[in-house]
Design a protein around this ligand. Structure first.
Ligand code: FES
Ligand SMILES: [Fe+2]
Length: 385
């Protein structure tokens, strides 16, 4: 790519770093580099296994714009494929649902749940055509602790390496027993990185959520835990439930049963790079799949859930609605701020800024991005590290 971006100031240690330059949030050339260097090379979230409970359950998604379909096979195996017909490239399925086979709406080619081309009408005069050569293109998929990830790049690092020691870190939240209760698709008027950033910092809480989340009483978070994977993660305490508005205190669902001690009074905020921000709290969890839809627009697929035992609570519906109120209120506050931040960054007079220690993960994320889009660190900074 011909355009050059000077990202060296972003690649300094967090308390010395500048943010990514405004062009990183506004320039289509930068986004093109992210699609190629990040989205098409990383493990990205495809939700959780419970979104696909039965054979034939499928869900379409995009990974850096590339259509992908996740589908559970007849034998129970979860698979992912390019959601692109091998005949003339039609997108096969949209949304989610249950099917017996994947049928192309254009000329009716039919693929089994294992991706094999099962039927291709009127192809008998086509010379040397062998259906066995035209199965769906497979996409790598991995499931860990109930979370499902896909990766378009067959040569990218194995998922185990990407995830690193994160299973050990989140084990107290019994992630295998968590269940999504609701998924909401949000169309957000900002660059995908702004959405990730607001989720990972405490600095904005008093100004943006000062009314709505005041009762939570967020305390300054712990330093990040050492991660061996492509994950940054941090625990912090708060005296009241983080996922309930003040008026709903007492309307809560039971705590995750295995949590104890200090962990039963806080929330672990993590970012599984590049685009899966995840919160594990006392009694609930919430996470996003953030997908760019342009430099100034992204789709955030928002999953909200609880421990499986909470679904048995006699007042589950009413109480879950209180959590949904909190999640909807806070995200609306964030989305309004993010749209304005995008407008500010779009000015030719915008400049990169500096960071508070309460938002230290933002420059870490900036550096992670910079390293994958060709950023070159300042050699003097590297020598000093
Ligand atoms: S493009 Fe799918 S059957 Fe023709
Ligand atoms: Fe926020």
């Amino acid at each position: 790519m011909s355009v050059e971006f000077d990202l060296s100031a972003t690649m300094a240690p967090p308390m010395r770093a500048e943010g990514l330059p405004p062009a990183a949030y506004t320039d289509p050339a930068f986004l093109a580099r992210e699609i190629e260097g990040i989205f098409h090379k990383s493990w990205v979230s495809a939700g959780r296994a419970e979104l696909y409970p039965n054979p034939g359950d499928y869900r379409a998604m995009t990974v850096g714009g590339a259509p992908v379909v996740i589908v559970r096979g007849k034998n129970g195996v979860l698979r992912a494929f390019a959601n692109t017909c091998r005949h003339r490239g039609m997108k096969l399925v949209e949304g989610s649902g249950t099917c017996r086979a994947l049928k192309c709406p254009y000329h009716g080619w039919v693929y089994g749940l294992d991706g094999a081309l099962k039927g291709a009408p009127h192809m008998e005069e086509t010379e040397g055509f062998d259906r066995g050569d035209y199965g769906l293109v497979p996409v790598r998929i991995a499931e860990r602790d109930g979370f499902v990830f896909v990766c378009l790049d067959p040569t990218a690092m194995p998922f185990d390496e990407w995830w690193g020691n994160y299973s050990d870190i989140i084990e107290p939240w019994s992630p295998g027993d968590l269940r999504i209760a609701r998924t909401v698709e949000l169309d957000v008027a900002c660059n995908w990185k702004l959405f990730v950033e607001v989720f990972m910092e405490y600095y904005h809480l008093p100004d943006v959520h000062g009314q709505s989340l005041a009762t939570v009483g967020y305390e300054a978070p712990d330093p990040c835990d050492p991660s061996t994977g492509q994950v940054v993660t941090q625990f912090g305490t708060h005296p009241n439930k983080a996922a309930l508005l003040g008026g709903d205190i007492g309307n809560d669902l039971p705590n995750i049963p295995e949590l104890s001690g200090r962990l039963a009074g806080g929330t672990r905020y993590s970012l599984v790079y590049p685009n899966t921000p995840l919160a594990l709290s006392v009694d609930s969890f919430w996470f996003f799949e953030v997908e760019p839809l342009g430099v100034d627009r992204c789709r955030a697929t928002y999953h909200n859930g609880f421990h499986k035992s909470a679904f048995e609570h006699p007042e589950f519906e009413i109480r879950a609605a209180a959590y949904f109120r909190r999640w909807d209120t806070a995200i609306a506050e964030d989305m309004a701020i993010l749209a304005r931040q995008q407008q500010g960054l779009t000015s030719p007079l915008a400049r990169a800024g500096r960071f508070s220690h309460l938002e230290g993960i933002v420059p870490m994320f900036g550096r992670w991005v910079a390293e994958r889009v060709g950023g070159k660190p300042d050699p003097a900074i590297v020598a000093a590290e």
